[in-house]
Design a protein around this ligand. Sequence first.
Ligand code: DI6
Ligand code: FE
Length: 420
Amino acid sequence: MVRCGGQGEVMTSDMWDTLWVDVNLATMVDGGAPYGAVRDGAVGISAGRLVFVGPRDSLPGSPQSLAQDVRSGQGRWVSPGLVDCHTHLVYGGNRAHEFEQRLAGASYEEIARAGGGILSTVMATREATEAQLLDSALTRLDRLLAEGVTTIEIKSGYGLDLQTELKILKVARRLSEERQVSVCTTLLGAHAVPPDFVGHSDDYIDLVCQEMIPAAAKAGLADAVDAFCETIGFTPEQTARVFDAAAAHDLPVKLHAEQLSDQGGAQLAARYGALSADHLEYVSSEGIEAMAQSGTVAVLLPGAFYVLKETQKPPIDAFRRFGVPMAVSTDCNPGSSPVTSLLLMINMACVLFGLTVEEALAGVTRNAARALGLSGSRGTLEVGKVAALAVWNIESPADLAYAVGANPLHEVVYAGKLEG
Ligand code: DI6
Ligand code: FE
């Protein structure tokens, strides 16, 4: 193709690398057709970026004149690569026995208070080598990737000491070298009070603020900071200290908020301009209003709601009314959400929480990217964004929510990691 440069008529004959035709696009761009759909569309890719997204008949020339490699999608649907924006993917051990205990009547909080729960995973994670953690995380990651995930957030939080928290974050970074996936890392040092700090949790928060956050920031191992603000986690005051330390190191924040009770975490997160507040079953209307004002994304985690047999649903109607963007994620973790299917979470967000399919798909694309601060490069099919696409054997986007247990992924087209 011919391109005109800024000064005079600089002609370059740089053809696109790839052009997809015979595809229907779920661009997930907001405000137009449902799903931002384009029937009989085309997608051009050059140097890992999208250079054309639109109807085939608006291509600026014949396909062969535009791209070196012209591919037919044979009528398949193409969406943005999926974004799983809240996971605890890297951990040691297995908690299937706690699942059995809960089935026998023990509550998640009772198990946690008796030293099980998060702390049992902490012990197993401290003992595991980096290689062991990498190996078990890869097994879980591969299941997510097999369903079209191209970007994933991974939290630490099962170390609760400096060395192990950094070990988890290193393994998370390694995963992006081992597979075709972009990894955002989040330091969740304030996930639980470790055994040696029980009764003086403020001292543990000192450690998080004065050692963990600075060390993770210095090593470039954390892209964000998170905390668990809950009666079995940390108070809003402690959470605020963690957020202050994050801000001092220019790290954006996220928060596990209002999962089991209303702590005012959503307001706190909003006050710090948090990228997201996650869970939110017990969020108040003040919390919702504050999130709307700060543009904080509500990350919905139906896997944890389902596994814990919760009955209080997040207030979807109020999020809609206030215009709070909603994302959907697996919360992949060994306790409350041993889930490695983002497609299943789309279904559950619809069936359990009452999202429309379009809202649920926006929740694993556009709004999930926003929850990671990646709106500029991910989450929709738009010119200039990273070329990370999922190609589906489906008749309409609704198939992605409807067919439980099916995996209609045909292939992933992936170019351009966060790092690259
Ligand atoms: N909320 C959750 O759902 C996970 N962490 C958190 O803060 C559960 C973590 C676990 O049970 O291991
Ligand atoms: Fe979580």
